[in-house]
Design a protein around this ligand. Structure first.
Ligand code: ADP
Ligand code: ZN
Ligand code: ZN
Length: 671
C-alpha cells in the first residue's frame, strides 16, 4: 500500500511513501502525516493512495506517522488547495501545508493527542450582551431575501456606501443559513482584523449563543491552532478572519461573505500570491453555497462580473442609520489659485477654524507618515536617500531619524549635509507629523491626535486614539488611510484630503481605482449622524473625472469610465496577466534572467511577453528588481503557457551565476 503525500516544497508532484505493514488503508485521504524528506522530518498531507508505487518498492521510504487523532481534511478543502496551487503556479503542498495551523505545520509529536485535548478545552468566546438586530429597510430586506433564496453556488455583489447597512445584511443572511441547519457554518472574511474590532463585537453580540472562531496572523500560535480546530471539528459556527481564513477547514460551510472585497490586503504579498477574495468565490463554488462580496467601491473586475450578469448585483442606495449621503458636500480646492502654505490652503485653514468654533470634529487625511518625505540641502542639492533602496528616506522629527518606509532602514538625522557640510537642511513636503504640528499652530487649544503606523506602534494605541475620537475627546484627527477604515465616527463634519494628486497621476492602471476607493471611504467619514458636512479635496486637477465622480459619490459612473478605458487599452479584465519578477545583487543579472525567460517563452500560443524592465522601485533592501509581464486574452491560454514555461524558467535560474531569485504572480495587483 502506497500513499501520495504533499509537503511544503516546490516539487512537481506528490511524493510516494509506504504505509507500515498491517496499517489500515481506509480513510487516509486528507489526513496529516509525518514523513522523512531528505534528512528532515516534515509535516505532510495524504492526498491519495495506490496499491503500487511508481518507483522501485525497495527504495520507497515509509510514512513515519499518520495523525489519526485528527479528522481528515475534507474533499472540498483538498480541491480548494489544489485549485489554488494550480492557479497560482505553485506545488499543492506549498499551498496546503502552510494553510494548516501552526500545531500541524511542525511535525506533531507522540503527545499530539493531549495537545488536541487542551486545544478543545480552550473555549470559544461567546457574546455576553445580546444586541437586537435593527428592522431592516426595504433594500436590505431585498438583499437578504435574494441571498436566502439562493440555492447552490450563487455569487452576489452587495454594493452600498459605507453606512448603508451591508454588515446588517451579512448578519441577517448568516442568521438565516445558521437557523436552517444546526451544523451550518458561515465564513466571514475581512481585510484587517485589528482595525475592525467593532465587527467582531457586533458578531458576538448578534449571535450570543453561537461559538465564533477568529483567525488571523496576529494570534499566538496555540490560540490560532485552537481556533482552527474549532472550525475543523464543526464546533465554531461562525468563522471571522483575514485572508488566511479562506483556507480554514469548514466541513459544513453554508455561506461565504467577503467584506470590503476590493481591499488589496486580500492578495497575498509573498509565497503563492493567492487572492483570498477570488478563492472565496471558488470555495463557494466547490461547496455549492452562495457567496456575498460586499463593498462601497467594488474592484473593477468584480464590477465587470456584475455588469455581465456573472454575479448578482444587490444594491443598498441609502445610508441606513440616518445621515443621508446628500448631506455631504464634496468640494475641490484648486491649489493653483489657492496656494497651500505648509500644506494647507486658505480655504482649508478657514474651514478647520470654523469647524472647531462650531464644536465639530475634523479629519485630515494625508497618505504619508513622518514629518516630511525627504530632507534636502539647499546649498548642494543633497537629498536624503535610503542606502538600500532607490527611494528617499523620510524625515521623522520626533526621534530625529531618517527612515525608509519601504525597507525599514533608519539612521539619525545628520546635523550637517553629508556632502557639503552645510548645516541648513530643509524638510521638503508634508507628512502626518508636520501637518499635526502646523495644525497645532493654526488651532491653538484644539485637541489634535494623529493616527498612522508610527503613532500606533504601541499595541492598542490605535484603539485608544479611535476611542478618544468616538468619545469626542479629540477635535482634529490627522492620519493616513488608517483613519478611513471601518470607523463609525458620529460627529465628524469636516473631512480634508491633502495630497491625492500623487496617485491621480500614477502610472499603475489600478491607481485610480485604489484612490477612488480611499477617497470615497475617507469622505464617507463625514455626515454619519446627520449633520451637514463638508469634504474638501486639495488638488491641482479639480476637473479630473475621478474627482468629479467622487463629488457626485458616483461609483457606477467612475467604474463605467474605468472599464471603457481598460477595454480600449486592453487591460484587465479584458486580458489576463501574470508578472515574473527577478531580484539579484545587481540589475544586469536580474534583467538577463528575464530576457532568457522571454526567449524561452517566445513560442507561447495566445500569450504576449513584454520586455524585461526594472521594477518601478528598482532597488529594495539592497536587491535590484526587474519584471516581465505576460498577457493573454484568454485565461486558459495563460494558465497552459505558465505551467509549461515556469519549469523552464526554474532551469534557467538554477544555471545562472550570480544567483537570481524569481517569483511568479498571477493576476498581479501592482505593475
Ligand atoms: P456598512 O456595513 O454598509 O458600513 P452597517 O451595517 O455597519 O453598514 O450600518 C451602519 C450603521 O447603521 C450601523 O450603526 C448599523 O447598526 C445601522 N443600521 C444598519 N441597518 C439599519 C437599519 N435598518 N435601521 C437602523 N439602523 C441600521
Ligand atoms: Zn549639501
Ligand atoms: Zn529602504
Amino acid at each position: 500500500m502506497i500513499v501520495q503525500v504533499v509537503v511544503d516544497a516546490p516539487l512537481p508532484a506528490a511524493l510516494e511513501y509506504a504505509l507500515p505493514a498491517g496499517a489500515n488503508g481506509a480513510g487516509l485521504i486528507g489526513r496529516c502525516c509525518v514523513v522523512p524528506l531528505g534528512r528532515r522530518r516534515v509535516s505532510g498531507l495524504i492526498v491519495g493512495t495506490a496499491a503500487q508505487g511508481s518507483v522501485n518498492a525497495a527504495r520507497l521510504r515509509g510514512v513515519e506517522r499518520v495523525v489519526d487523532e485528527l479528522a481528515p481534511l475534507g474533499a472540498y478543502w483538498l480541491q480548494l488547495t489544489r485549485f489554488a496551487a494550480e492557479y497560482y503556479q505553485h506545488a499543492w503542498g506549498e499551498v496546503a501545508v502552510p494553510a494548516l495551523p501552526p500545531a500541524l505545520r511542525a511535525p506533531p509529536g507522540p503527545r499530539f493527542g493531549a495537545v488536541l485535548q487542551r486545544m478543545r478545552a480552550a473555549t470559544l468566546t461567546q457574546g455576553v450582551a445580546p444586541l437586537p438586530a435593527p428592522v431592516l429597510n426595504d433594500e436590505q430586506q431585498a438583499a437578504v431575501a435574494a441571498i436566502d433564496a439562493a440555492e447552490g453556488f450563487v455569487p452576489h455583489l452587495l454594493h452600498g456606501v459605507t453606512g448603508s447597512g451591508k454588515t446588517e445584511v451579512y448578519l441577517e443572511a448568516a442568521a438565516r443559513r445558521l437557523a436552517r441547519d444546526a451544523r451550518a457554518q458561515v465564513l466571514l472574511l475581512v481585510p484587517e482584523i485589528n482595525l475592525t474590532p467593532q465587527l467582531e463585537s457586533r458578531l458576538r453580540a448578534r449571535f450570543p449563543q453561537l461559538p465564533v472562531a477568529v483567525l488571523h496572523s496576529g494570534l499566538a500560535a496555540g490560540e490560532r491552532s485552537a481556533q482552527w480546530l474549532a472550525a475543523h471539528e464543526g464546533r465554531a459556527r461562525l468563522v471571522l478572519g483575514t485572508r488566511l481564513a479562506v483556507f480554514a477547514s469548514l466541513p459544513h460551510l453554508a455561506l461565504v461573505v467577503v467584506d470590503e472585497e476590493h481591499d488589496a490586503s486580500f492578495k497575498a504579498s509573498d509565497g503563492p500570491r493567492c487572492s483570498a477574495r477570488d478563492l472565496a468565490v471558488k470555495r463557494a463554488q466547490l461547496a455549492g453555497v452562495p457567496v456575498v462580496l460586499g463593498s462601497a467601491t467594488p474592484a473593477i473586475e468584480t464590477w465587470a462580473h456584475a455588469q455581465r450578469g456573472k454575479y448578482r448585483l444587490l444594491t443598498l442606495g441609502h445610508r441606513a442609520g440616518g445621515g443621508r449621503a446628500a448631506d455631504v458636500q464634496v468640494r475641490m480646492v484648486d491649489t493653483r489659485s489657492d496656494k497651500p502654505e505648509q500644506g494647507l490652503t486658505a480655504s482649508v485653514r478657514s474651514a478647520l477654524v470654523n469647524t472647531l468654533a462650531a464644536g465639530g470634529q475634523s479629519l485630515v487625511f494625508i497618505n504619508r507618515r513622518g514629518y516630511a518625505p525627504v530632507l534636502a540641502c539647499e546649498s548642494c542639492g543633497w537629498l536624503s536617500q535610503c542606502s538600500r533602496c532607490s527611494t528617499y528616506a523620510a524625515f521623522h522629527k520626533g526621534d530625529g531619524s531618517l527612515r525608509c518606509h519601504h525597507c525599514g532602514w533608519r539612521v539619525r538625522v545628520p546635523s550637517a549635509c553629508p556632502t557639503c557640510g552645510n548645516v541648513d537642511l530643509r524638510a521638503v513636503g508634508q507628512g502626518t507629523q508636520r501637518i499635526e504640528e502646523t495644525l497645532g499652530t493654526l488651532l491653538p487649544g484644539a485637541r489634535i491626535a494623529r493616527l498612522d503606523r508610527d503613532s500606533t506602534r504601541r499595541k492598542d494605541a490605535a484603539r485608544a486614539a479611535l476611542e478618544a475620537m468616538h468619545a469626542g475627546a479629540v477635535d482634529v484627527l490627522v492620519g493616513t488611510q488608517m483613519i478611513a477604515k471601518g470607523h463609525d465616527f458620529q460627529r465628524v463634519s469636516l473631512v480634508v484630503v491633502l495630497n491625492a494628486d500623487a496617485q491621480l497621476v500614477a502610472a499603475d492602471f489600478r491607481a485610480p481605482e485604489r484612490l477612488f476607493a480611499t477617497l470615497l471611504q475617507v469622505a464617507g467619514r463625514a455626515g454619519r449622524a446627520g449633520h451637514a458636512s463638508r469634504v474638501l479635496v486639495q488638488t491641482r486637477y479639480p476637473a479630473h473625472p475621478l474627482l468629479q465622480a467622487l463629488a457626485r459619490a458616483d461609483y457606477a459612473g467612475f467604474a463605467r469610465r474605468q472599464l471603457a478605458e481598460r477595454q480600449a487599452a486592453r487591460l484587465p479584465p479584458f486580458v489576463h496577466q501574470a508578472l515574473l519578477t527577478a531580484e539579484a545583487r545587481a540589475m544586469a543579472p536580474a534583467l538577463a534572467l528575464l530576457s532568457a525567460a522571454q526567449e524561452a517563452g517566445a513560442a507561447g500560443r495566445g500569450v504576449r511577453l513584454y520586455d524585461a524592465v526594472p521594477m518601478p522601485l528598482e532597488r529594495l533592501a539592497g536587491l535590484y528588481r526587474a519584471q516581465l509581464l505576460v498577457e493573454a486574452p484568454r485565461r486558459a491560454d495563460l494558465q497552459a503557457f505558465l505551467s509549461d514555461w515556469l519549469p523552464a524558467v526554474a532551469m534557467l535560474a538554477r544555471a545562472r551565476r550570480p544567483q537570481v531569485r524569481w517569483q511568479i504572480e498571477v493576476d498581479p495587483q501592482q505593475i
